[in-house]
Design a protein around this ligand. Structure first.
Ligand SMILES: *[C@@H]1O[C@H](CO)[C@@H](O)[C@H](O)[C@H]1NC(C)=O
Ligand SMILES: *[C@@H]1O[C@H](CO)[C@@H](O)[C@H](O)[C@H]1NC(C)=O
Length: 454
């Protein structure tokens, strides 16, 4: 009898001790989509998050592989009251259990960019960069994060297409990657993790890009569309032009959210959240990610990491200092403007777009996509194997599938483009992904971005 009593007492103790974490984690029901909205179980889910890449692309540090980095930041996330983060650069050769579980315990979902500076589509010369070495890295990133219920989504690319018209030609390689990621997730028997693209803040091709990623077969179409937006500068719904962005996207058949939003021309009050959570927007948009957590040279951060800018930012473990009033302003705005109850007026129909036709701003004439490179197909069956991490040889010039460009002309391996700010499409010269937003409207800001990128 005694031993039985002891046993049950021990069991009770164990239960008590484990329950807060278990409850929170059990609550991390995976995010799904229905119509043009995200759902968590039967309830609509809004992204109320922040972009997170301490040290930016310059440091290229995976913040989810080191508890000395993620743990103190998760404490800040809790204070802010956010429910999601986006991480631009992760090392697919490392273990992420501790940080991902700690995020789950805090009720935070994670969106992962499947690319990184070395393994990405080259917007200047996309065809050869869409190869098996690249896809192996992308798939290994999926393997690294698929097991966590709080992995909300993968981005198939970030700002690869920007304001130079020629970059729209890269869209089909990014969308092919998007398609291949979905195929890999399915072939490997993972749950349906969402895959979509994160577009640059470019008015000239935003709608074409959105339609392009939502046209064609079910397998080809993204699960959501996201774009980066820097137009709300201590402003309001109408002055910022967000009302037009609602109008223009009304009827779009996929969930949409802002993968970066912010502006630093004035003290930030984050009233964006009021509109994002308001019926003005909720029938078309599902929230957004504030750009960004850590203070980097482009000055969008709300937390300063001591010493994080020394030695290229390799050490991001220093003390965290909340920058005021922005940090408290964001926390207050999150509290003041909660996610609305009810269904937000979402559209229950998930419908395809027409593929855009070529015009003054868009160069592709159809939705045709390249086939998956022959050598990459084995990964669907066998798995991708060990990821190359962030320090491998890179994939942009790994010419397995293509030592020739589409028209059969040998490719030039010196292709460089200007300011790849905030981009996954890394040119060798200036990768500041996850550190600098790509502007078109803000010429001054763009110059700043380029200034420190070079
Ligand atoms: C909305 O669409 C119109 C017509 O395509 C375009 O001229 C305008 O720039 C768009 N507005 C925004 C804010 O994207
Ligand atoms: C909602 O839209 C109306 C009309 O465009 C605008 O006047 C109002 O400021 C908006 N409110 C929010 C919170 O976006």
């Amino acid at each position: 009898m005694k031993s039985v009593t002891l046993l049950s007492a021990a069991a009770v103790a164990a239960t008590v001790q484990a329950s807060p974490a278990l409850n929170a984690r059990a609550n991390m029901e995976s995010i799904t989509t229905s119509g043009n909205a995200f759902f968590k179980g039967g309830s609509r889910f809004y992204v109320r998050g922040i972009d997170y890449q301490p040290g930016g692309a310059a440091a290229d540090v995976d913040p989810l592989a080191d508890t000395k980095v993620c743990k103190p930041d998760i404490e800040k996330f809790k204070k802010l009251g956010i429910n999601a983060i986006r991480v631009y650069s992760v090392d697919n050769s490392l273990n992420h259990d501790d940080c991902m579980n700690a995020l789950a315990d805090a009720g935070i979902y994670v969106m992962i960019d499947a690319n990184n500076p070395k393994y990405s589509i080259n917007r200047k010369d996309p065809h050869p960069s869409y190869n098996a070495v690249y896809l192996q890295s992308v798939f290994a990133t999926i393997d690294a994060f698929a097991k966590y219920p709080n992995t909300m989504a993968f981005f198939s690319g970030n700002e690869v297409i920007h304001d130079e018209k020629e970059t729209t030609l890269a869209a089909k390689y990014v969308k092919a990657t998007d398609r291949d990621m979905r195929a890999y997730i399915k072939a490997r028997g993972y749950r349906k993790i969402l895959v979509g693209y994160s577009a640059a803040d470019v008015t000239d091709n935003r709608l074409q890009t959105a339609n392009f990623f939502n046209c064609g077969t079910e397998e080809e179409r993204s699960d959501f569309f996201a774009f980066n937006d820097y137009s709300w500068c201590t402003s309001d719904f109408v002055t910022s032009g967000w009302d037009q962005k609602v109008k223009n996207f009304t009827g779009y058949g996929l969930p949409i959210f802002l993968s970066e939003y912010g502006c630093v021309t004035n003290t930030r009050n984050f009233r964006e959240i009021e509109s994002l959570m308001h019926s003005n927007m909720t029938h078309v948009y599902s929230g957004g990610l504030m750009y960004e957590y850590s203070m980097e040279p482009n000055k969008f951060g709300i937390v300063k990491i001591k010493g994080g800018d020394v030695d290229g930012g390799v050490d991001q473990t220093g003390d965290r200092q909340e920058l005021q009033p922005e940090f408290n302003n964001l926390a207050s705005a999150m509290k003041k403007y909660p996610a609305p109850t009810g269904d937000g007026g979402y559209s229950k129909e998930r419908k395809a777009s027409e593929c855009p036709k070529s015009d003054d701003h868009w160069m592709l004439d159809s939705g045709a996509l390249p086939d998956m490179p022959e050598k990459a197909k084995q990964y669907l069956e066998k798995g991708a194997g060990k990821g190359p991490g962030l320090k491998g040889d890179g994939s942009q010039w790994a010419a397995d599938s293509a030592s020739t460009s589409e028209n059969g002309v040998p490719t030039d391996s010196t292709g460089q483009t200007k300011g790849s700010s905030g981009s996954n499409s890394q040119d060798k010269s200036a990768g500041v992904r996850g550190q600098a937003p790509y502007f078109v409207s803000g010429v001054v800001a763009l110059m700043t971005v380029l200034g420190f990128a070079l």
